[in-house]
Design a protein around this ligand. Structure first.
Ligand code: C2E
Ligand code: CA
Ligand code: CA
Length: 807
């Protein structure tokens, strides 16, 4: 120790030692400044900062060593080997950069220490490499122990410096770190100098080309000072740029629609205009206020995670209502700068509008848009809740299915607006008749549901309510000055007798409703076990029929019509058949009503029409083809367009097509039916009145429209000569036809007797088993081929035959 002190005081130029120390301090402080910038950066910028840190600290430390060496004068001639000196500079820069790189790789004590170790070793390596380039007139003797102490001192100083200022943000700490590093470097140097003894040897020459002190000291000092200044300048420029970047960010933030608030250690540091609006205060009031102490609360507990969306509420400072918000947070701490310590940016989104929209959507999803009643979706939920309730409370529950009796008529007669008004009025009356927890829902169309939750005994309570509902729904409603007929049919199922689940109750109430409608409408029916079977059967049939239409299980059979006078076949009636894979041939009287109930008749009728027209168009003789129209079809506004399209598509002449309608078809919607008939007739198509005698058989029907044919129902024909009444009726109808100049056809002609009678009464055409049974199209060639036309004889049938169609 003493030797070191002696060496320092007696063998060194102290002024130069001071210069060396100052250079070292400046370089080390600057290195820590640069190092802090490097920690806050990434990628290329980080590498550049690291290079600069290594360059500043390395060259600084090296300059310290060099100047201190120049300050050393052992009283002999000295010089420096340029190669060795240069290598020592390179070593210094590399080790410094390496040390700082390791220290910054991770924020841990271990990294700080490891980095410090590398720095210390680097300083030692630089020093002793530099020493080996030192040439003097004598032998240099080394004291091993002191060398070791010097290295330890250097390593300890460097490690302490990194431990102290490795993560420092403040200038003071960085300066302190620089000072400690400087002490380490100087300690290493001067202890190291104390470890040598020079034994002069005049025989040793110091070569002239070696570097020598003097001028070089000045050069080294100024170059190093410039490097250090450069480093400091870089830090200053960077600070300025990041400050202006911050300004730009603030301007951008103010333009943002979302609230942005910067928080440091829980207190508001800055906020944009949108946040100030939300919080209801000026920025000046907000800055410094604690954000999380009541002002902003989160719905979920737990620590805030970076970048995770959290919902909560913001309590405005001015005492307004709490605002639902959504928050994204991002930590802005770069781990290096004082200004960013603990800095978090929160983006705060006002959720009020979204919440309102969500509420609206939920309402729309659960309610029927027209009537405002709960819809099918929410019926399921409400019914389930009601079932839970009555199961627990012991109250009774009844489910009532409601179907309006005249909805379609109102729609057809008065238009959709009137139909809508009817539905709205129905909903209002239902709600008026109910008290919570009973409720009404709309399933769609004109179907409503009432769920009754009552204390009273069942079925009394349900019967009472059903009666009230029927009364409530039967008074006419008025819409734009006109009276709309109301009226409804109800089906009731009871919990738990008719079902324990929502599905069972709904299905059974629906069945009861079906029966109520069948039984004449305007009434209610309770579900009964027996209803199950027949209705299920019909449902199955409907389902199968829907598929059958697609699978082409349907066929068209043709039954001939003959001119009564000569027995010549003059046309055919198309009669649909269903060849069911399991049930066999299903008679049309069974499935046509099913098709009508289930909305399949349009499709079915169209299919028959197309088939029949196409078949008829392929016949050689221009025979007429008659196609039956269901009442529902006749009321379809697009019927004339459809018929026209089918005629065009098949190429069949319109005058060969005859459409058969029944009287009842006219009563559904008289005006529309007549309108359709007129338009059909305008196409050139013939219209026949089918089954005449079975309906109202009113003269006015026949007068209201110029029918081309009257078909006398077979129930009268089969009773000719058996019941006087039937004979009288047939005669009367034939007379009526004559007076109106409408030709008549007798249906169901089976015997020669009937043929003779009808001929005698001037009936125009005959149809029935006596002429021919309905048969598939490929069996008709006897009648349809041109060459066969002449040889037809009136068929002679004497025996009344019942039964199947021809195969
Ligand atoms: P409809 O229009 O009165 O057809 C005549 C019905 O009488 C046919 O019954 C036919 O097979 C049957 N028939 C014909 N000659 C005789 C006879 O001499 N004696 C007896 N006992 N019956 C005879 P089908 O084919 O069972 O049709 C029944 C009803 O189904 C038809 O009565 C018609 O109203 C309806 N229908 C048939 N095909 C269609 C169709 O394509 N569309 C529509 N909408 N209805 C159809
Ligand atoms: Ca017919
Ligand atoms: Ca008929």
């Amino acid at each position: 120790m003493l030797k070191v002190l002696t060496c320092l005081t007696t063998e060194h130029d102290l002024r130069l030692v001071l210069v060396a120390g100052l250079i070292c301090l400046a370089a080390c402080f600057t290195a820590f400044r640069l190092y802090s910038r490097m920690r806050g950066a990434t990628g290329v910028v980080r590498a550049a900062w690291l290079l600069l840190t290594g360059l500043v600290s390395g060259s600084g430390v090296w300059a310290t060593h060099f100047i201190a060496m120049v300050a050393y004068s052992p009283g002999l001639k000295t010089g420096y080997n340029p190669a060795g000196t240069l290598i020592s500079l390179i070593i210094a820069v590399l080790f410094m950069a390496g040390g700082f790189a390791v220290a910054s790789a991770e924020r841990s004590r271990t990294n700080d220490c490891a980095g410090g170790l590398i720095l210390g070793v680097g300083v030692a390596a630089m020093h002793y490499t530099g020493m080996s380039a030192f040439v003097t007139q004598g032998f240099v003797q080394w004291e091993q122990a002191t060398v070791a102490v010097s290295v330890l001192a250097g390593v300890a100083g460097a490690a302490a410096a990194l431990a102290l200022a490795g993560r420092a943000r403040s200038l003071i700490k960085q300066a302190a770190g620089g000072a400690v590093l400087t002490i380490g470097v100087c300690a290493l140097h001067f202890i190291g100098m104390g470890a040598i003894t020079i034994v002069p040897d005049p025989a040793i020459q110091v070569p002239a080309e070696l570097l020598s002190g003097g001028v070089l000291t000045l050069a080294v000092t100024s170059i190093t000072a410039m490097i250090v200044l450069g480093g400091l300048g870089a830090v200053a420029i960077e600070s300025q740029t990041s400050r202006s970047a911050l300004d730009r960010i603030r301007r951008l933030a103010n333009a943002a629609y979302e609230g942005i608030v910067v928080v440091q250690n829980g207190r508001i540091n800055d906020a944009n205009a949108a946040f100030c609006d939300l919080a209801g205060a000026e920025l000046e009031t907000l800055v410094g206020a604690p954000l999380f102490a009541g002002m902003l609360t989160f719905d979920d507990e737990g620590p805030a995670h970076e970048g995770v969306r959290r919902e909560g509420a913001l309590q405005p400072v001015d005492g307004g209502r709490r605002i639902p918000i959504e928050v994204f947070s991002r930590l802005m701490d770069d781990g290096a700068r004082q200004e960013t310590s603990g800095l978090t940016v929160l983006a705060v989104r006002d959720l009020r509008e979204r919440r309102l929209a969500e509420e609206k959507i939920r309402y729309l999803a659960e309610h029927d848009g027209l009537t405002g009643l709960p819809n099918r979706n929410s019926l399921q939920m409400r019914l389930a809740a009601a079932l839970d309730r009555v199961e627990a409370s012991g109250e009774s529950l009844a489910l009532i299915c409601i179907d309006l009796d005249h909805f379609k008529e109102v729609n057809d007669l008065h238009g959709h607006l009137a139909g809508d008004a009817l539905l709205v009025e129905t909903a209002r009356r239902l709600q008026d008749a109910l008290t919570a927890p009973s409720f009404a829902a709309r399933l769609g169309g004109d179907e409503f549901i009432v769920v009754q939750v009552a204390d009273g005994d069942q079925p009394t309570a349900a019967a009472e309510l059903a009666g009230q509902l029927i009364d409530a729904l039967s008074a006419p409603a008025s819409h734009e000055g006109q009276d709309l007929i109301m009226g409804a049919s109800l089906g009731v199922s009871l919990f738990p007798d008719d079902g324990r689940t929502a599905e069972a109750l709904l299905a059974n109430a629906d069945m009861a409703l079906y029966r109520a409608k069948e039984g004449g409408r305007g009434a209610y029916r309770f579900f009964k076990r027996e209803m199950d079977e027949t209705i299920r059967e019909r449902r199955t049939l409907a389902r199968e029929l829907r598929q059958a239409i697609l699978d082409e299980e349907l066929l068209v059979y043709y039954q001939p019509l003959a001119t009564a006078s000569d027995g010549q076949v003059c046309g055919f009636e198309a009669l649909v058949r269903w060849n069911h894979p399991v049930r066999g041939m299903v008679p049309p009287l069974e499935f046509i009503p099913v098709a009508e109930e289930n909305g399949l008749i349009g499709q079915l009728g169209e299919w028959v029409l197309r088939r029949a027209c196409a078949d008829a168009a392929s016949w050689e003789r221009p025979l007429r083809i008659a196609v039956n129209l269901s009442p529902l079809q006749l009321n379809q506004p697009n019927l004339p367009a459809l018929v026209h399209e089918v005629l065009v598509a098949s190429g069949l002449s319109p005058k060969r097509l005859e459409l058969e309608i029944t009287e009842s078809a006219l009563f559904k919607d008289y005006q529309r039916a007549l309108d359709n008939l007129r338009r059909l007739k305008a196409l050139g198509v013939r219209i026949a009145m089918d089954d005449f005698g079975t309906g109202f058989s009113s003269l006015s029907t026949l007068q209201s429209f110029p029918f081309d044919k009257i078909k006398i129902d077979k129930s009268f024909v089969e009773n000719i000569h058996r019941h006087d009444r039937a004979t009288v009726i047939v005669r009367a109808v034939l007379g009526l036809g004559r007076s109106l100049e409408i030709p008549c056809v007798a249906e169901g002609v089976e015997t020669q007797e009937q043929i003779d009678f009808l001929r005698g009464e001037d009936c125009a055409e005959l149809q029935g088993y006596a002429i021919g049974r309905p048969a598939p199209v490929d069996t008709l060639s006897a009648w349809t081929l041109a060459s066969q036309a002449a040889i037809q004889e009136p068929p002679r049938a004497t025996k009344r035959r019942q039964g199947r169609d021809a195969a």
